[in-house]
Design a protein around this ligand. Sequence first.
Ligand code: GDP
Length: 451
Amino acid sequence: MVLAQLGGSISRAIQQMNNATIIDEKVLNDCLNEITRALLQADVQFTLVRNMQTNIKKIVDFDALAAGHNKRNIIKQAILKELCKILDPGKPSFAPKKGKTSVVMFVGLQGSGKTTTCTKYAYFHQKKGWKPALVCADTFRAGAFDQLKQNATKAKIPFYGSYTESDPVSIAVEGVERFKKENCDLIIVDTSGRHMQEAALFEEMRQVYEATKPDLVIFVMDSSIGQAAFDQAKAFKQSVAVGAVIVTKMDGHAKGGGALSAVAATKSPVIFMGTGEHMDEFEVFDVEPFVNRLLGMGGGDWSGFVERIQEVVPKDQQLEKLSQGNFTFRTLYEQFQTLLKMGPMSQVLSMLPGFSQELMPEGREKESQAKIKRYMTMMDSMTNQELDSSNLKMMNESRLMRIARGCGRPLRDVMELLEEYKRLAKIWGKMKGMKIPKKGEMSALSRNMNA
Ligand code: GDP
């Protein structure tokens, strides 16, 4: 199942429909036939695809739709809704209950982010008042226990592991027993990953599974593996009863198409996604925003935004800085300049995470522009040192007062600018290391979809 291709084929079909002068039944049928072909090629079950087609046709009833209706939008929304249904396996995964002991086993290949995700999962629940505990049953990778111990200590989560015991099964059993006695309600067992799917790994995993009898097995998958996701997920599912999937590294460049494959292969829902290396960069997974992203329909679509920026800013000036993640006040200043040049604002900004709703609510472009100009005036009163530093500690009270005096604005306006900078720096920081695609490499599609 080739997910990136699937997303691309479906988007192309929608784009063709979009380009048609008149939207009639033939155009809709052509579009649906293309989508059907793509889904079948991607091994989606025939009945699912057929149901999807029937449902969309029911929603888009040409006889019932009055002339003024935006048929393109109605069709797009119907397709989106039906695709979401495919991603939703229909049955929710086992849900541990607070106060009642559950054992959750994590499986996945080495490097997928399994150990990091174990801690994130524990921390997520701990913040909600659970009593989680971590057991390191990875005796294969040197340093695995140290890593888990370090993460667990940071988050103040009890952990269990051994430097000397080489049998993962006995460690897992001992750890689980111990934390059951301590009344932990979420006992998380991290298993070993290795580089490849090999018989020994699966056998070991199966043994740990049988010995600890987990209530839930979570398959952790790196979102960038793309095409390999389906086979990988299936192989794990055949060895142990995978009940849920967590997709990691969704902050990277990959659109995370592999998640759909994993759902199809394991018939299990994606429950969370990892969005960074830090403990709290972990989000509950929602189907609809994900499908939006897969098809390039959503806000926050970098490729559309990057392409647009390349149209107005001299090459490598702006983009280099963004990809280095070196977000200073000067970067912000230059971005504001670019944005003012780019117009029409709302269209550009809808593509830009962080800017769209908070800074620039739709329909209030004039106010938004005024706000940006105000921010820029305040930054005009900053020294070069302040503009080029991303160290907020340096912005002490006397500096803020000086900036406020310099631009003739109240201190609270400068504080507001500081808050805005902090919020955007966090979002832009996530672009660190991102490969900047060359012009033409990106889907022109997202622009059409956003239009
Ligand atoms: P394991 O071998 O599967 O246990 O993988 P690790 O937990 O050691 O993670 C491998 C690498 O991926 C580490 O450098 C992690 O910091 C990183 N990582 C894990 N999850 C994420 C994520 O959601 N986003 C990013 N950017 N990095 C992640």
